[in-house]
Structure formats: C-alpha cells, structure tokens
Design a protein around this ligand. Structure first.
Ligand SMILES: CC(=O)SCCNC(=O)CCNC(=O)[C@H](O)C(C)(C)COP(=O)(O)OP(=O)(O)OC[C@H]1O[C@@H](n2cnc3c(N)ncnc32)[C@H](O)[C@@H]1OP(=O)(O)O
Ligand SMILES: O=C([O-])CC(=O)C(=O)O
Length: 370
C-alpha cells in the first residue's frame, strides 16, 4: 500500500457541486467571480442544493421558507442561555446544532424531501444561533429573526438588534457567497464520511462544525485577526513575521492544499477590506494585511487563502474575532448540506485503509507480570 499523507492528491469521490480546476473555482459550473459580483446568497444556496439558479418564484419561496424556519425551538434557546459565558461560539454552535435534532421529528428520516427541508431549516437557524450567542456573551437578550431583511440582513439585524446597515449587509452577503462551498475540503469530507454511514443530517453537520473549528481550516480566520492585533502596526510586520517563520510557526491565512498560485476568493475579500478601510477611515488593518501578503510572497512564495482578508473585513464591520469562524459555518452549511444530499443520493460507505506500522508478533502479558 502507498500512503498519501493527509490524503494529498487523492480523488476520493465524484461530485457535481463545486470544482477547482487550474485555480478556478466554480459552483455548479458558474465561476465564483460572477456569483460574488452578481448573485445573492439565497440564490447560491438554491444553486448548490438544486444544481441550477432559482426562478423568481422559487427564490421567493426559498426566502419564505428560510424566514419561517429561522426561529429556534424554545429548548435550544434555553440551552444556549445556560452555556458558560466564555465558551467559544464554535463549541456552542456544535452543541446547539446537535441539540436541534432532538426537536425535529424528521431528524432520522433520510429521504430526499425530508432532507431538503432539514437543509433549509439548518441554514435558516445557524445565523439565529450565532447571533444569540453573540448577544448572550455581551449580557444582552437574543432578538427574534426579522426575515424581511433577507438572509444576510437578518443576521446583521439579529447581532445588533437594530436596522441593518446596507454596507454591512452587502459585505456579509458577499462573504457568505465566497465561503459557501469548496469541493472536498476537510469539513465537507468529514460531513460526507458521517453521511455515508447513513447517519442523519444533524450528525453530519455537527461533525462538519467540529472539523471547521480547527486552525488549519476555518479556525484560521480568527487567528489571522489575533496575529494582526499582535503585530499592531505596519512597521512591525517584517520583524514579527520573520520571527514567526524562524520559529517554524505557520502564518495563519496563508497556503492551501489545492491552490498553489493563490485562492481566487482572496482578491474579493482584499477589495472588500480595502473599501471598508476607506469607508471607516482606519487603514491600519488593511495596510498591515497587504504588507504581510507582500512579505509572505517574497519570503515563502505563499499566497493568502480565503481566511486572510476575511479577518480585516469582518473586523472593519465591527464583528468580534470569536465570531469569524461561526460566520464561516453559517455560509458553509449550505455547501455541507448540498454534499450530504449528494452523498445520500448515491451512497457507499467511506472506509479507506491504513498501513499498519506498529509492533508485530507481540504476546499478551498478564497484568501482574508487566
Ligand atoms: C478555509 C481553509 O481551510 S483555507 C486554509 C486555512 N488554514 C490556514 O490558513 C493555516 C495556515 N496554513 C497551513 O497550515 C497550510 O498551508 C494548510 C494546512 C492550509 C495546507 O497545508 P498542506 O497542504 O498540508 O501544506 P503543508 O502544511 O505540508 O506545507 C507545505 C510547506 O509550506 C509551508 N507552509 C504552508 N503553509 C504555511 C504557512 N501558512 N505559514 C508558513 N509556512 C507554511 C510548510 O511549513 C511546509 O514547509 P516545509 O515543506 O518546509 O516543511
Ligand atoms: O478546500 C480547502 O481545503 C479549504 C478551503 O479553502 C475551504 O474549505 O474553503
């Protein structure tokens, strides 16, 4: 047996959802650049789940469904209120999504229609959970969803409890589009492994959230912000990054398993960060990020991934860094659920092999003789 460590280069399954070919990312064959510039996130969800863009009435129907599913069961809301205040929101989100299953009579019904309903319901509820966690961490009561603001708008509304600001809604909607799906990334693969045992959608999404949380995956965006805060000013970029590289530390938000010439999503987030720097008049975070990008290219030939400029973008929007990865999850649940539906539709247990490298020909020694 030959081993590809980290499954690098292994093609594990076929999928019709998103593709990365020669550094170009498409959702259902549509270039991410076009979607980021022209679509809204609700259209992208529909596209991922159904394989085509929605007609006007289908989009309205989806918006209505998302709105009607956005409230949390009372039991889940009460549970959220009982979590320790300093718990990481990704841990809380993982637990709350798992808890949602207990309030869904269809939780273990894995047939197509029930699963589409669950995909919509989960996608509708994640923003409500994340916003509630944010407000509770600040000692504030969660606010009820206001679906008339749209998916991104309602999320921004539920964070602050006031009319959502247009610039913020547009930026969040675009960020949601850019993070929605990404071929066989670690959390999506994890979700598909769980699904392939014919477990339920809540279990698969809970698995995915736990996987996204890690710093080598979605958890990197929060750590990018921590690094920017640690550096503090553009003139300290060179010495700090140099020291980290000498200590063999990974620079968060750089590098990618698939993209070696750059992540096509990063340019959109860099531009969003630049525009927000101009709007807010605080160019520090953007300038520091650009200086790190230049340095990492010169020193290591490494390019920013989707997580790098999302950090300064969210920061400019006044979002605390602990919410960065949960926001990623709000978007990615659309992709996870699309992959879960695809896995159920043509399932086979996912069970690779391991090459055994441990001791051989050992004997059992009774405990008193060890
Ligand atoms: C949404 C997402 O999940 S995007 C990825 C988010 N994760 C991060 O930003 C964390 C930082 N980046 C990384 O750790 C990696 O680039 C990963 C995990 C994304 C990809 O990892 P892999 O494909 O396994 O590459 P691997 O870790 O083997 O790195 C290859 C070489 O590049 C170096 N390298 C890769 N990324 C970085 C980085 N961010 N900083 C410094 N060096 C790096 C490694 O040290 C290694 O060097 P070596 O060959 O001299 O030992
Ligand atoms: O594809 C990956 O390995 C990670 C990534 O960029 C994503 O999940 O968006």
């Amino acid at each position: 047996m030959s081993v590809a460590k980290g499954l690098e280069g292994v093609v594990a399954l076929t999928s019709k959802i998103s593709s990365i070919v020669d550094g170009v990312l498409t959702y259902r064959g549509i270039n991410i650049d076009e979607l980021a510039e022209q679509a809204n996130f609700e259209e992208v969800m529909f596209l991922l789940w159904n394989g085509r863009l929605p007609k006007k009435n289908e989009l309205e129907e989806l918006k209505k469904d998302l709105g009607s599913q956005a409230e949390l069961p009372q039991g889940v809301l009460e549970q959220l209120k009982s979590y320790p205040k300093d718990i990481h929101p990704m841990a809380a989100l993982r637990t709350s999504v798992s808890a949602l299953a207990m309030y869904d009579p269809e939780a273990d019904d894995n047939r197509g229609e029930a699963n589409i309903r669950k995909a919509i319901s989960l996608t509708a509820k994640l923003p409500t959970i994340v916003a509630a966690l944010f407000r509770l961490s600040k000692g504030l009561e969660p606010v009820s969803p206001r679906p008339e603001y749209g998916y991104a708008g309602n999320f921004v509304y539920m964070l602050h409890g006031e009319e959502p600001e247009k610039t913020a809604v547009k930026a969040i909607d675009k960020a949601f589009i850019l993070h929605a799906d990404h071929e066989l990334n670690a959390s999506t693969f994890a979700a598909r492994v769980t699904t392939a045992t014919l477990s339920d959608m809540y279990s698969a999404v809970t698995t995915a959230i736990g996987t996204l949380k890690g710093p080598l995956h979605g958890g990197a965006n929060e750590r990018v912000m921590a690094m920017l805060e640690e550096i503090g000013t553009t003139d300290r970029v060179e010495e700090t990054i140099q020291r980290k590289l000498e200590n063999k530390e990974k620079i968060m938000g750089f590098g990618h398993r698939v993209y070696k010439d750059g992540d096509p999503r990063a340019k959109h987030l860099r531009e969003m960060s630049r525009q927000l720097a101009d709007t807010t008049g605080d160019r520090t975070w953007y300038q520091m990020s650009v200086a790190i990008e230049d340095l990492m290219d010169r020193k290591k030939g490494l390019k920013p991934n989707v997580d790098f400029y999302s950090a300064s973008t969210y920061h400019y929007l006044g979002i605390p860094r602990k919410l960065f990865t949960p926001i990623f999850a709000i978007s990615r649940v659309s992709g996870w659920t699309a992959h879960i539906l695809e896995q159920y539709a043509d399932n086979r247990l996912i069970r690779p092999r391991a090459e055994y490298t441990g001791p051989v020909n050992q004997s059992y020694i009774p405990v008193e003789k060890r």
